[in-house]
Design a protein around this ligand. Sequence first.
Ligand SMILES: Cc1cc2nc3c(=O)[nH]c(=O)nc-3n(C[C@H](O)[C@H](O)[C@H](O)COP(=O)(O)OP(=O)(O)OC[C@H]3O[C@@H](n4cnc5c(N)ncnc54)[C@H](O)[C@@H]3O)c2cc1C
Length: 612
Amino acid sequence: MSQIVEVKVPDIGDFKDVAVIEVLVQPGETVRVEQSLISVESDKASMEIPSSAAGVVKEVKVNLGDKVSEGSVVLTLEAADAATGAAATAPASKPAAAGAPAPAATSTAAGSVAPSAGPRAAAAPPAAARTGPAPASYGGKADVECEMLVLGAGPGGYSAAFRSADLGMKTVLVERYASLGGVCLNVGCIPSKALLHTASVMDEVAGLPDHGISYGPPQIDLDKLRAFKDGVVKKLTGGLAGMAKMRKVEVVTGVGTFLDPHHLEVTGSDGGRKVVKFQKAIIAAGSQPISLPFLPKDERIVDSTGALLLKTIPKRMLVIGGGIIGLEMATVYSTLGTRIDVVEMLDGLMQGADRDLVKVWEKLNAPRFDRVMLKTKSVGGKATDAGIEVSFEGEKAPDGPQVYDLVLVAVGRTPNGKRIGAEKAGVAVTERGFIEVDRQMCTNVPHIRAIGDIIGQPMLAHKAVHEAHVAAEAAHGEPSFFDARQIPSVAYTDPEVAWAGKTEEECKAQGIKIGKAVFPWAASGRAIANGRDEGFTKLLFDESTHQVIGGGIVGTHAGDLISEVCLAIEMGCQPADIGKTIHPHPTLGESIGMTAELFEGVCTDLPPARKK
Ligand SMILES: Cc1cc2nc3c(=O)[nH]c(=O)nc-3n(C[C@H](O)[C@H](O)[C@H](O)COP(=O)(O)OP(=O)(O)OC[C@H]3O[C@@H](n4cnc5c(N)ncnc54)[C@H](O)[C@@H]3O)c2cc1C
């Protein structure tokens, strides 16, 4: 039987009449005990008010700007009997002094409790509200038993397994390949960055004649370059295997398929089978590249994994898809001497980033490309002796088919949700193969969680790792939630393009009024000294709160620099917080402080603002 429960503001110490600055749930949403309901802020601190009961929200009784104190009703819940019991025992939260960690019951993406500010990422639909397929029932024996099973050893999976083990859970990690690390370490982030580093050094050296230093043309030994990249991968994946051992995480190698909600069968490459019985599970089975059905099977047509093998340096290469992965690989091959065409269905490359950032990259990179075919599709391909003949349709389609020595298909990745027997565990999988989760990474089956690429965009390693920590901690019973305000993106091209939080385009689309400041690197001493002053740093501030809600950087090392913007967004920094932080000189990082000063009208590294 269910009953209506009033959830009230608990004892929050001496704080009275604090303003509601965020409402985090809405009617119809299922909430758990200790899930954050609202954020409140006084002149000294901000904190999140957790729910004292689990159930479905009937009515939210507070609005933004309302003042609340201990005992104010936040909302009413339709609670189950068990949940109502929890209402009596749930701990009250206390506010934190400004700047100190708040002992409130909610957490950031990193799993640690943080003061609240700025807009939160939208909550995923509540998992418990969804239904899944009827689970199977396995009655056979088990070879291995554990408290926590993690399926997939990519950045999501190994992080979840290691965190689970660190929390004291007996953990089994199942991975189909002998090498741990998933896409990221083996065929993604790491090998691509090893090659991009080499390419960037080559490009830098090619610019040295302007500094009065000249070398001869580069001698490329592909075998050695490949060995360098493979060595980088081996060092990292070997390190993971060692860390698994140190934590007593049992690695079971083979393809895992669920038999029911508490059993997974693992089939090794030799056909041997093992059944793992588990109390709890985290699915981290990742994604794989999308292929184009109209292209023939031919070794000259590759996905990112094939491109990273770097078998040859082709004369002409077509990159299908103008996203980050395609453009990073285009950078590597072009620096090694390949002429590149890129074809993209949409109206711009590097979708997701603000156009002003991309424009700087486009200008500098124009010489790499023979054709950039926007609003154009590749529609057919034929393998011939001369190469792969590709035909196109659309605004920038060339007159006839074009012949390429290598075609890279980089049109996105598809989740592996439909390949793991999830239905036997009763786990719901969407038509496209994603598994939906709530903010504690729970699927519709409460003891099974999911993380990483398999739960949705953005498909990025750092998102997977943060989700992994939340999933392991929540499974251990801790009040950990995925509550990130920003997930940064970086294109490790040359120059790099990085952005975090809201983009200008998103703000426009969502009607968020912003103030913006842009600091040109042409005024940065360090960028000029580096001979690379084409970039800029941009910060976006919410007009109503004055807090930074987004930022973008284009220029060398933008991917490293964006971290400060990420932290500023999570901390809800205002311009003075950033501008009055002393940055080391001369650095590219200074440009972030100067952008904030510019917003305040106190920057002395640019000509004075014109009087209006
Ligand atoms: C070329 C390239 C470059 C990239 N660069 C970056 C970058 O710079 N930064 C960034 O953040 N992201 C980057 N990414 C994306 C990043 O690699 C992924 O977002 C990340 O690896 C996802 O982690 P995951 O743990 O969810 O899944 P994955 O890394 O895909 O790992 C899933 C693991 O599960 C295993 N598995 C799947 N099914 C089963 C099964 N049934 N049984 C056993 N094991 C199974 C797989 O073998 C795999 O090891 C890049 C991707 C590519 C392709």
